[in-house]
Design a protein around this ligand. Sequence first.
Ligand code: DAH
Length: 369
Amino acid sequence: MSAPNKEYDPVEVSALDPAAIDAALSAAVAAIAAASDLDELKAVRIAHAGDRSALALANREIGALPPAAKAEAGQRVGKARGLLKKALEERQVQLEEDRDVRVLVAEAVDVTLPVDRAQVGARHPLSTISERLADVFVAMGYEVAEGPEIEAEWFNFDALNIAPDHPARTMQDTFFVESPDSGVVLRTHTSPVQIRALLERDLPVYVVCPGRVFRTDELDATHTPVFHQIEALVVDEGITMADLKGTLDHLAASVFGEGLVTRLRPSYFPFTEPSAELDLQCFACRGASVNNPDAPCRTCSSEGWIEWGGCGMVNPRVLEACGVDSERYSGFAFGMGLERTLMFRHDITDMRDMVEGDIRFSAAFGMEG
Ligand code: DAH
């Protein structure tokens, strides 16, 4: 800042010369008008309104004037600075609008253009059917129960009344973990979850147990060493085979179609007494193909029924093994394979399709569930 000027004449301070101020203002206004984008305007602002600009310097010189000269110089500089500020603001608004218009054009997206969609995965149909079946039970008030895939032989066999010399226990069927006398197997069915449920829960027990199971089968069109089952167990007072049949019919109708029923054929399982094979009425022909060569049915091979699983009334020996009073309580159980269910429900002819994990297989089922 200059020292006070002895003659009190603002014109003597060159920066405050009215002509210089007018020149600074018109130079600034011209530069503002010439700025063609926001970056240029920023540079203009620094040059013409920044700390080192002519008008800022002039403004600072005012302080050095004698009081008598301050007012006039102050007004002149103030007015010039006001005009400059206004010009900058107006140009700023204008250039921002210009930019917005340009961006809208330059960054416009044609939403009608075809795009390469990123492949989304698909849920495996086994997961979907497992949940679909379990949901039917959850809606009836059952709980979903789970157990370990590496299981103690006692749960997988002994507690289910499968004697040590039962053929299923031999190495041809069962994967043993470590040595065969380790007492630990990969569970061969979901039935051990029945035992766990009875030991862990208070009565009555209503559980559904979906899960992965293992048997020493070669992978081919109709076998896989790793597959899935879903098991249901009810233990309560006064449970009869009529409850079992009603539950199975409800399941059949819920998953395969209104009015479909099941059929029980006498059979044997160590953990149920009496035991039955469980057939599902053919949902494709509903029996119309039986003895009707003109309308054969691929789904049931014109049998009218499809083998679905096994079932029965829980053997009292199983109840006793779990500490349940078999005089007071009775129960039913059933189990079925999910791969098989999926195969006949969707006309899948080769088990390997369900195992190989080709996304095109799963994608064909859509995103249901
Ligand atoms: N666990 C049997 C199997 O893997 C299936 C089965 C049969 C389950 C009868 C049951 C049942 O709960 O009552 O072959």
